[in-house]
Design a protein. Sequence first.
Length: 190
Amino acid sequence: MKLSNFVDFNSGTPQFRIQEAIQNDAPSYKFYSQDDLENDLYAEFSNSQQEKQVKTFDKVSLLNVGDVVFSLISGKATIVSEGNAGKLYTQNYVLLNKFKEILPQYLVYFINEDISIKRQFQTGMQGSITMKYTVKQLRELKITHLPNKTEQKIIGDIYFKQLKLEMLKKRVAKNETLIRLKQLQEVGNK
């Protein structure tokens, strides 16, 4: 079975078609970025980067909490967090929704980590000059085995907890390095 049998796909708003408005009463939208996707995936929230935004009266595609979004740039999927809800997603992202027989967290795990999916993406990229995924590739992904919903829930929960644990360990290691460097500076300045 193909992934298109289990979910629907909605491409984001083409960025070049958005008409910017100069009026003060025009709604302002922040763009969903690759950093936002990584933050959602690893449950890390940092507002250190300058967020790109646009003011427009156009109808644009917006994300909601719990949406599953796939990046056509990185080939990764995630679930949108509360911190990124309401952001505009462009043609570089695809919203996966209307799930049939597949749970969102398991779907993210499956797209990001399944060996057969990685092979299918690699096969689809052969001969391609640019490394960008396509909606057609995503739709055509073949699913050979789908666990029952109880197993899907367990796999999805463990996957997201493991990613958060990985991020926390990296943060601890980074902070330990900063502490050691500070201590070395103090010793070197005596």
